[in-house]
Design a protein around this ligand. Structure first.
Ligand code: GDP
Length: 304
């Protein structure tokens, strides 16, 4: 949480000090809310989320006089509501594997967002929480991906299923991984996938084929398709979410690099426009720098 706070500081220093400048000590005015609108858009909160939040504030202003502290409180509540909405619609508040079934979590996302690192951190978190884990190294496109995954696997003593030959069939790697998982009674299979969005067609076919293998081999498994997004890419993350959502049905988002020059506002854009729950946040390069997402903590850190 401290890391997250520190990471969001860059967004926050902007947001809070500017917020206070805008609001001052006087009751909220329509002009102040217009300035607030510009501020939220600049912080990558997105048009949709900004509209939703400010319409509530404007509505309240029509009914009563709102002082700045109350204004900030309303803002916080609405931001939390936005983040909570897609979480409420899913069956789990915090994403955890079902101990009694095979769980398969596919990690998707463009290269460089932190997919492999996140997979390593997730494996470690799951092992620390008492689950048995197996990694399927199905990013067979990038030569170094398998070696990188192997290092992470060793750190958590998690077995890895891989095919070292470049351009091996990713679906075949998943096939082998699922057979191994069933033989061992593994709780959670983490699947790394290729991240080349520029050749969307291949990626779509590849992910669809992986999905068919899963449906055939493990029809009763709980499958999560988690999109990994780099928070420092701001609004670009929203476009990635929309593009990926067209190729496979996504069930959630993992937001990385919130420790850096984070533009944390994109979490709100993703929740409100892509309607996806944020499931985990990455705040560092270390193995323990991954945390289950809490909208309360996130908004408090953003607007502390
Ligand atoms: P991939 O191409 O999506 O698999 O990305 P990688 O996992 O290889 O990560 C790309 C770079 O981002 C690496 O240098 C990671 O150490 C770094 N990285 C990943 N997650 C985080 C994070 O939460 N915070 C920071 N600061 N760096 C991260």
């Amino acid at each position: 949480l401290t890391r997250l706070r520190r990471g969001l500081q860059k967004t926050r220093q902007g947001l809070v000090s500017q917020l206070l400048d805008i609001l001052g000590d006087d009751p909220l005015t329509p002009e102040a809310v217009n300035d607030l609108e510009t501020l939220l858009l600049k912080a990558d909160v997105g048009v949709n989320a900004t509209d939703k939040v400010l319409s509530v504030l404007r509505q309240r202003m029509n009914e009563e006089i709102i002082d700045p502290t109350e204004g900030i409180q309303i803002l916080k509540n609405e931001l939390k509501n936005l983040l909570e909405e897609p979480i409420r619609e899913s069956s789990q508040k915090v994403l955890t594997p079902d101990k009694n079934r095979l769980n398969i979590w596919l990690l998707v996302g463009v290269n460089g967002v932190g997919k492999t690192t996140t997979l390593g951190k997730l494996a470690n978190l799951a092992v620390r929480s008492g689950y048995t884990v197996l990694i399927a190294a199905a990013d067979t496109f990038r030569a170094a991906a398998v070696q990188q995954i192997e290092v992470w696997g060793q750190r958590s003593h998690v077995p890895i299923i891989a095919n070292p030959s470049v351009n091996a069939d990713p679906a075949a790697v998943v096939f082998d991984a699922l057979n191994a998982a069933k033989a061992k009674g593994t709780n959670l299979v983490l699947v790394d996938t290729a991240g080349r969005l520029q050749t969307k067609h291949n990626l779509m076919e590849e992910l669809a084929k992986i999905r068919r293998v899963i449906d055939r081999l493990a029809p009763n498994a709980v499958v999560e398709s988690l999109l990994v997004l780099d928070a420092s890419q701001g609004q670009n993350g929203l476009y990635q979410a929309m593009a990926f959502a067209k190729t496979i049905p996504l069930t959630g988002v993992i937001l990385t690099k919130l420790d850096g020059s984070a533009r944390g506002g994109v979490a709100l854009a993703v929740a409100s426009e892509a309607k996806l729950p944020i499931r985990f946040i990455g705040a560092g390069e270390g193995i323990r720098d991954l945390h289950p997402f809490s909208s309360f903590e996130f908004v408090e850190a953003l607007l502390a």
